[in-house]
Ligand binder design. Structure first.
Ligand SMILES: [Zn+2]
Length: 305
């Protein structure tokens, strides 16, 4: 049992509502965020990441694909503009660094699983990742191979990073094996399981700023400025859209881009929420206190030779 996490025999356990803790309970811990595309994390977790950074985490983004299919202009243009967006995303949430693995977008089936896992383990050890955020590899209705393949690779790399016999040359080269302790999985499609509800209301500005960095693609990004421009052609303007393009983009997100997060908040009396599937320390198995039981058994039953 983990403080009530596995009280129900379901795939997701009881739901916990998580609110901001100003005492910086995560000081010194490292959060690794593995996304396939520029818009994955901001849409699913911009609020939770802002909260975790404010609670003391140092955060890093690892991006598996090059986003070549999504964005303006040629494929080369799309790669470049998404790279710029992800750097801006990192700045908007106080993230330390971005690592681009550069695999081709929508073609995760062709890439070597072993090479990708090795690269993830290398980075998890290099960064000494404590907490991981990524795709739920077994979530319902997932149609994007970049999502479910990245999710599967992350899931295996999380525990193998702690085992010195996996890629022992990394250990010989001076890296310390370090297993990931806990994980947040994204809820990307309706019906995906969740057991963790974050109150993102205190971090709404950061959530909006993170979504707004995604200019190249997705449902956020540059919609506000486009709407402002098209209204101007008709001789109209929306006062809420402000005076510059960035203000218009953020106003658009605030007004129309957060409906899903409002819906998520309703059952828990929160104005805005994000859902995640959280694996607590101790992992994905409902371990019982076997160590304590063994110790007690030995104490009670061991006799002199
Ligand atoms: Zn994606």
């Amino acid at each position: 049992m983990h403080d009530g996490w596995f009280e129900e025999d379901t795939t997701h356990g009881p739901v916990r509502v998580d609110t901001f803790d100003e005492s910086r309970p995560h000081e010194g811990k490292v959060l690794g965020i593995v996304q396939a595309h520029a818009d994955d994390m901001p849409l699913c977790s911009g609020g939770l990441v802002a909260k975790l950074v404010a609670e003391g985490y140092k955060a890093f983004i690892i991006q598996t694909t090059n986003d070549e299919k999504c964005g303006p202009g040629s494929s080369g243009d799309a790669i470049k503009s998404n790279e710029v967006d992800v750097d801006a995303l990192a700045s908007s949430l106080g993230i330390e660094e971005v690592f681009n693995l550069g695999y081709r977008n929508h073609r995760q089936e062709e890439n070597s699983m072993l090479e990708q896992r090795c690269r993830l383990i290398f980075l998890f050890r290099h960064l000494q990742v404590d907490t991981l955020m990524s795709f739920h590899p077994w979530a319902k209705w997932e149609e994007n191979p970049d999502h479910y393949i990245t999710g599967q690779l992350v899931e295996s790399a999380c525990w193998m990073a702690g085992m010195g016999k996996d890629y022992p040359e990394q250990v010989q080269a001076g890296m310390k094996p370090h297993g990931v302790r806990d994980k947040y999985y994204w809820v990307m499609r309706p019906g995906s399981p969740y057991n963790h509800v974050t109150d993102i209301s205190p971090f709404l500005d950061e959530k909006i700023a993170s979504m707004s960095t995604n200019k190249s693609q997705g449902p956020a990004g540059a919609h506000g400025r486009r709407m402002k421009e098209s209204l101007a052609k008709q001789g109209l303007k929306l006062p809420a859209f402000g005076d510059d393009e960035e203000e218009a983009d953020r106003a658009y997100i605030r007004l129309f881009g957060l409906e899903e997060h409002k819906r998520m908040g309703e059952p828990y009396d929160l104005e805005y929420a994000e859902y995640h599937y959280y694996f607590p320390p101790g992992g994905s198995f409902p371990y019982h206190d076997t160590a304590g039981k063994i110790e007690a058994y030995v104490k009670q039953n061991a006799v002199k030779l």
